[in-house]
Write a protein that binds this ligand. Structure first.
Ligand SMILES: NC(=O)c1ccc[n+]([C@@H]2O[C@H](COP(=O)([O-])OP(=O)(O)OC[C@H]3O[C@@H](n4cnc5c(N)ncnc54)[C@H](OP(=O)(O)O)[C@@H]3O)[C@@H](O)[C@H]2O)c1
Length: 236
């Protein structure tokens, strides 16, 4: 397979690239050339046929990325890139939003559309999302909304392209960007298993699952509480 890894300079992106490296050709992207070089060499050690880094800023659009990928067909896109992932809503500056929307949504949608024009078969996509995209997440609304928007676009694309495979991974555990390599490897193994097993959705992390469950149970708890209150008031 020829695989594009967006966000390959991140801890999660690197773990996924290594997990999928064996026997495959990898195109690794991100902005941090030093971290990309580390991913490149660890992918070679993990058995990649070829690993090539393309240093670029997604907020500048998909053009440089489409040029970097070249004319050869891509079989799989692993999307672990997120420009907004470290930003809380309160810390946003005026210039951040256009750059986040470009990098986290528009460049990726333009990339897929560009690829679909070039190649006959659609690439499969593994989207690394977050459980925060499945709940109302105070303080992380922008990040969660951009993940939701990208997912909605991919689902719409998939509906019109029966040959396109999509796996959305909702990460529900906190992976430390500097020290979380073991957790990232566990996530990458689970994602690879889910992909090979033909799954379309993976929730990863017990804490996150509990959070999503609690979010959906909330309205029921509220109704139960309100009805209990009414009954108590009616008592003589
Ligand atoms: N860590 C967690 O606990 C956690 C939890 C849930 C979901 N996730 C998701 O998992 C993925 C990886 O997260 P992470 O924590 O390992 O890493 P991260 O620190 O969020 O890194 C994000 C990745 O995106 C790339 N990126 C950001 N802005 C970019 C831009 N403008 N152009 C090109 N690339 C850009 C970064 O590249 P450079 O560093 O080279 O700029 C980096 O490789 C993200 O999608 C995140 O939302 C992580």
């Amino acid at each position: 397979m020829r695989i594009l890894v967006l966000g390959a300079s991140s801890i999660v992106g690197r773990a996924l690239a290594e997990e999928f490296a064996g026997g495959n050709t990898l195109v690794l992207t991100g902005r941090d050339a030093r971290r990309l070089a580390l991913t490149e060499s660890s992918c070679r050690q993990a058995g990649a046929v070829e690993a090539q880094s393309v240093v670029l800023d997604l907020s500048l659009g998909a053009g440089p990325l489409l040029d970097g990928i070249g004319a050869r067909t891509l079989d799989l896109i692993i999307d672990a890139a997120s420009a907004s992932s470290a930003t809380r809503d309160d810390d946003l500056t005026a210039g951040d939003l256009p750059a986040f929307v470009s990098a986290d949504v528009l460049a990726k949608t333009a990339l897929l559309e560009g690829l679909l024009k070039r190649q006959g078969t659609a690439p499969a996509v593994i989207l690394v999302s977050s459980v925060l995209a499945r709940v109302r997440s105070p303080g992380r609304g922008v990040y969660a909304s951009l993940k939701t928007l990208e997912e909605a676009y991919l689902r719409r694309m998939k509906a019109g392209r029966p040959d396109m495979r999509l796996l959305v991974v909702y990460v529900g555990t906190l992976i430390d960007r500097d020290r979380g390599s073991e957790k990232a490897r566990t996530l990458a193994k689970a994602a690879a298993r889910a992909f090979k097993g033909g799954r379309t959705v993976l929730f990863h992390g017990v804490g996150g699952l509990f959070y999503v469950g609690l979010f959906h149970v909330q309205p029921l708890l509220f109704l139960a509480f309100a009805s209990l209150q009414r009954r108590l008031r009616r008592r003589p």
